[in-house]
Design a protein around this ligand. Sequence first.
Ligand SMILES: [Mg+2]
Length: 238
Amino acid sequence: MAEGRHTPLKADVVVFDLDDTLYEEMSFVRGGFRAVAAWLEREVSGARAERCYEWMLEELERRGRGRVFDAVLERLGRRASRRMVAACVQVYRRHEPVLALYPDAERVLRTLDEAGVPAYIVTDGHPGVQAAKLKALGLAGRPPIRRCYLTRRYGLCHEKPSPHCFRLICEREGVSPGRVVYVGDNPRKDFVGIRPLGFRTVRVMRGAHAAVELDETHEAEARVRDLEEFMDWLTGGI
Ligand SMILES: [Mg+2]
């Protein structure tokens, strides 16, 4: 970012979303399914872990996340009782994930650290699960990341699109929203709540939402292929 010394950056504080922005969320999902499949093999007679795992991926592909565990239990000939589904959810949430940052995320974090640009993470979702992901990725306490905001810890009403945690970052850094950029991948919730307040927004076109096209109010001001391209945006290259 040597050129950044002379060209002022478009933002002084960089905030990242987590899932599908810094690492591939499907890698977490696959690990969770593997854990549930192994558990089913132990708990349900005749269940084969490999087959259960394939069924879960199939169901996810066909109908989305809503009934993955119900579907696999039914295919095993078990009634998908609330208790069994809840047990699967627990195994999924509590598995110890093995995750890796996208290579470009790794490089960009290093570059921001060298340049002394403070970074934050703002992520929705089950706080225990999100904390386990941060730990697996080595992000908690890793410079330049000053703090990871697990929005649900502030109440469900402060999940995105609420600007609550973004305002906390402005207060902490003593900057106005116009000096903060949020990099996320989900146009349904990542930008619509903060853009009207003057936050800068960049959408990284990858992950489960890459093909989603919504109206202008949900869009970010810029789109990038990956975080290297985000650095070009930040330093004024694009
Ligand atoms: Mg995301």
